[in-house]
Design a protein. Structure first.
Length: 208
């Protein structure tokens, strides 16, 4: 299921050449032409093996892709107390995860629509919101993020009932969705309401 971007080989060239294309800090494509034998390497994308509303492995696959690790090396976060397991795993790989996030500034209005009806809304600058997102919390230009599940989101349940892990860039474009069923997705649930391509939150990882 892995998909690799490929460079275009200049068939008329008589000389060996190396062409490298960089995207978001990843070496997505390296094309080495030796005579007529190209060698290609690409960002390794890990896709889900468990698609389930309660015990899916989207987080596992997103973290594996973010760190460029094999699926088997990454823990099963969901079934093992995922906050603590993720923090320990990221620390082992050189990053601090302190249970902190950068938030979509509109998500509170969706998930708690009556929260501020009779009280003053708290100062919004006490929380990190997307306009303040910095590269300090990215890994090679990518961020671990969540969206509302395209498959399991139910308008009769709270929006937060089913979230889904993905990777995005600094402009909130989803770069990798680990669910192969979503390869042709046009938009994520509630994206028209909350903006930012439907991304709910971004995890804050800090390099140790």
């Amino acid at each position: 299921m892995n998909k690799h971007s490929e460079g275009r080989q200049d068939k008329d060239s008589q000389f060996n050449s190396v062409r490298s294309f960089s995207w978001l800090g990843y070496q997505l494509v390296t094309l080495v032409v030796m005579g007529s034998s190209p060698i290609r390497t690409a960002m390794k994308k890990i896709y889900q093996r468990v698609i389930d509303p309660e015990k899916g492995d989207c987080m596992r696959c997103s973290v594996a892709t973010l760190l460029q690790l094999d699926y088997e090396v990454v823990p099963d976060f969901i079934n093992n107390g995922w906050h603590k397991t993720l923090a320990l795993f990221m620390k082992d790989h050189g990053y601090l995860y302190d249970y902190d996030y950068v938030w979509n500034p509109n998500v509170g209005y969706l998930e708690q629509p009556t929260a501020w009806c009779f009280i003053n809304e708290p100062e919004r600058d006490v929380i990190d919101f997307f306009p303040n997102l910095t590269s300090n919390h990215a890994i090679n230009g990518l961020y671990l993020a969540t969206v509302y599940s395209p498959k399991y989101t139910n308008p009769n349940e709270p929006p937060i009932a089913h979230t889904h892990a993905v990777l995005c860039d600094k402009d909130f474009n989803v770069i990798h969705d680990p669910n192969p069923e979503y390869k042709d997705i046009k938009c994520y649930p509630y994206s028209k309401l909350i903006g930012y391509n439907g991304i709910r939150e971004v995890f804050k990882f800090t390099k140790l």
